[in-house]
Design a protein around this ligand. Structure first.
Ligand SMILES: [Zn+2]
Length: 236
């Protein structure tokens, strides 16, 4: 009789599946290394804990339903009847006191509608002095003089000082007197007068004629200066 014995020489690791060479005698290895045994242990522990929670009713075995919110965009009116309904709805909401702080926006929108219908919106709908709608047939705004891009602080101070001295009533003066009045040096005063004239905020006259070139004006030559705005520095 022939006895057949079988011995496992290699088995797969219970965690990673790598081959484990089994020892010829003694206890069989289930994991190839300690880290595999540790991970398998952690998984079994977690599974036991999870099952414990299920048994104790702390965990639902059937998950809750997913809740989906679907937002349906209201369709914009496309017929006159639909617009009538929409506008009547709006009127009702306004009567009910809705949108108390944003009514000017509605006025702007409605002004455009009235305008498109051929009825210019009333002046009382004009907010902050600005026309609500840019009407295509409105007269274009007169072009504004292009101010110098950057006005440095010293020049701005000189412009302010000159504007404060002259004012809308104007003064009869000379560059030397302006220097005494403003404490600004004559070259800077010339620059300030240039800037004001370029922005159409100042008018200089000498012997009833406009002064074209401030640089040609001698320091003691008398001239009349009118400045149209008190806040000329900001405007220049
Ligand atoms: Zn392993």
């Amino acid at each position: 009789m022939t006895g057949v014995t079988e011995r496992e020489i290699e088995t797969p690791c219970g965690w990673c599946g790598n081959a484990i060479v089994q020892p010829a005698r003694g206890r069989k290895k289930r994991y190839c290394e300690r880290s595999c045994r540790q991970r398998a242990y952690e998984l079994r522990t977690a599974e036991r804990r999870h099952q414990g929670d299920v048994d104790a009713g702390r965990i639902r075995t059937v998950p809750a339903q997913r809740v989906v919110e679907r937002t349906v965009q209201p369709r914009r009116p496309v017929t006159v009847a639909q617009w009538e309904t929409a506008l009547a709805d709006l009127a009702e909401q306004l009567h009910a006191g809705r949108y108390p702080w944003e009514r000017h926006r509605l006025r702007v929108a409605l002004a455009a509608v009235l305008d498109a219908l051929g009825h210019p919106p009333p002046d009382s709908w004009i907010v902050h002095g600005t026309p609500l709608t840019a009407r295509p047939d409105a007269a274009p705004e007169p072009p504004r003089p292009a101010p110098p891009a950057v006005l440095d602080d010293a020049l701005a101070a000189a412009v302010s000082a000159v504007a404060a001295c002259a004012g809308p009533d104007g003064i009869d003066t000379t560059l030397t007197r302006l220097q005494a009045l403003t404490g600004q040096p004559v070259p800077l005063l010339r620059d300030a007068l240039h800037a004001l004239a370029d922005a159409d905020l100042a008018v200089l006259r000498r012997h009833a004629e406009p002064v074209d070139d401030v640089d040609a004006l001698s320091e003691h030559a008398r001239f009349q200066l009118h400045v149209q705005r008190g806040d000329a520095a900001a405007a220049v």
